[in-house]
Write a protein that binds this ligand. Sequence first.
Ligand code: OAD
Length: 265
Amino acid sequence: MSAPDNDIIQAAQHLGSAKNIAVLTGAGISAESGIPTFRDALTGWWSKYSLTDLATPQAFARDPERVTRWYDERRCIIAQCRPNPGHVALATLQRAIVEQGKRFTLITQNVDRLHQAAGSTDVIELHGTLWVWRCVDCDKEAEERGPAFQSFPPHCTCGGLRRPDIVWFGEDLPADAMDAAERAVASCDFFMSVGTSAEVYPAAGLIAQAVHAGADVLEINPTATSFSSQATWSVRGKSGEVLPLIVQAALGVGARNGRACPRYM
Ligand code: OAD
């Protein structure tokens, strides 16, 4: 990016004075960490693989070896990836906002836990996490941070099949996570949608809920989405470049004459 544009400056000013901030992130925020998105043409997972072969309970029932092998390969790819400046900017923002006694809620569709690795806390995970695997028979869960599984599909000590603790298409989102997300969005005065195509519901519905609640809505995405026209500001750019600018400006770093002055981090 070159110089920050007016939308970035305006959005940063509103963010700086907001009292209750909610952020929804999607695969795009981790793209600059080297993790492919789902729907980007050419590079997205679903441009190479069929969603119905890999991301549904029916696919797992049909071919648990193929499904678990694919998710374990993704787990191993993610293990090599580190948070990028977009993740770090959101963690910095959360710390500052909470210190100021204001509210901040980070809601993610991502299963990679890079937000937590960057220092974000109390992250609402709408689609679960790839780091936890659970038995479909006894429900025993375990965090898996080690190397790839040795055999597929992995089995529990009880003999049951193990699956990643993520939400597949056709499955319900964790009710407590969705409730917490909806409560945060209903009461927020500033909402950010970062790096999501906004095509997968119910998560995408949170953006419309924020608009309905009357919040300022900032979208950050290199390409337009179906919600861009409803956003107060729709900034075209990579989150790893745009978020540091906005956060630094909102927190008043380089503030002059009471006006936020955006600078590069
Ligand atoms: P998508 O792959 O649908 O969308 C990724 C979005 O990120 C696109 O709109 C891109 O334009 C944008 N993007 C790409 N690079 C970016 C960057 N550097 N900075 C900011 N944005 C960038 O991913 P999601 O919207 O997260 O569900 O997909 C939602 C759900 O569909 C996922 O959680 C997953 C998937 O199938 C499950 O696995 C249950």
